[in-house]
Ligand binder design. Structure first.
Ligand code: XMP
Length: 319
């Protein structure tokens, strides 16, 4: 794509002009946006970039390992893996209100990020993978619940507090353009094609109180669901797919015994930019097979439902 190639060169020039020989810190979330931002910055300024990957213990199965390995080993980027699972889960313990959970995660994220960033000598810039829809969502819905949607990602107020200047090389792009840019930068297709993953992670897919037990069950169920979607060749037709573990236990039968385990909801939507979405029309066969697999393979779940709510009126995530 010549347009993206030209955009890449233009952005590299702009980044070099803005940053000069100074040091840049970039928060890596494992998502496509921050990954593409990091890759672009790396291409522009090489070792002047250090990435901080904040691991809040709310990631999918094997995610932290895979992301860190890709950036360190494949791309030769300097990555600090900040494993702060205990801190995040400790503070979230007993909290069930969605906004409170988000605020805790947002606040801790900033604290942790700052703690690690302070260890990077002479940093003057903070890079963020803010996209165009992030920019307009935070403006056009101000006052409504969407205000906090990206509160985690946009680490509001942080640059000023840390005395850092902001670099936002993706500010003019939509998601599909970010993917094209990632391709242009040589990121693996499997990585670029990954579904978006929200900053607060599994916290907003675990409505109500978060427990380690629920997170573990959720990770396993999600892995089976995504495996099913990939096996059926549907991954790329779907904008986002995930499991939410419901805060309710239900009665079931397994063999001769009665079970009393969690119910979960499968979510899959099509969308262009995440602002509106339709539920994905899986076949009944797919849904039945997936439910059977999850119940057989994941200890702790005995009931599977499929969420057929579109956005609006629903949101994509459950919290
Ligand atoms: P909703 O649930 O608002 O989600 O329909 C729209 C898109 O945004 C993602 N999302 C978030 N991303 N921080 C993020 O970085 C957040 O707090 C957040 N909340 C939702 C969601 O995964 C979907 O792609």
């Amino acid at each position: 794509d010549w347009t993206m190639g030209a955009y890449r060169d233009e952005m590299i020039g702009k980044i070099k002009d803005q940053v000069g020989d100074k040091t840049v810190i970039c928060g890596l979330s494992g998502g496509v946006d921050s990954s593409v931002a990091a890759a672009l910055l790396h291409e522009a300024i090489g070792d002047q970039l250090t990435c901080v990957f904040v691991d809040h213990g709310l990631l999918r199965k094997d995610e932290a390992k895979e992301v860190v390995a890709m950036f360190r080993d494949n791309m030769n980027l300097q990555v600090i893996h900040a494993d702060e699972t205990e801190l995040f889960l400790g503070e979230l313990d007993g909290q069930s209100d969605p906004e409170t959970k988000r605020k805790i995660i947002g606040r801790l994220f900033i604290d942790v990020f700052q703690k690690y960033a302070d260890q990077i000598d002479g940093a003057e810039f903070l890079a963020q993978g803010t996209l165009y829809p992030d920019v307009i969502e935070s403006v056009s819905f101000s006052g409504g619940p969407s205000v906090t949607i990206k509160s985690h990602h946009n680490v509001g107020g942080l640059p000023e507090k840390m005395g850092l200047k902001l670099v936002e090389p993706l500010r003019e792009l939509f998601k599909d353009e970010v993917r094209a840019l990632g391709h242009e930068l040589g990121l693996p297709a499997s990585f670029i094609g990954r579904h978006p993953f929200p900053g607060p992670g599994l916290a907003i897919r675990c409505p109500g109180e978060i427990t380690r037990e629920k997170l573990e069950i959720l990770r396993e169920a999600d892995a089976v669901y995504i495996d099913q979607i990939r096996k059926h060749g549907l991954y790329d037709d779907i904008w986002q797919a995930f499991v939410a573990i419901l805060p309710v236990r239900t009665v079931g039968v397994m063999g001769d015994g009665r079970t009393y385990d969690f119910a979960c909801a499968l979510r899959a939507v099509t969308s262009v930019d995440g602002m509106t979405a339709d539920y994905f029309p899986f076949s009944h066969e797919f849904l039945g097979e997936t439910a059977t697999r999850i119940i057989n393979e994941v200890k702790g779940i005995n009931r599977v439902t499929y969420d057929i709510t579109s956005k609006p009126p629903g949101t994509i995530e459950w919290e």
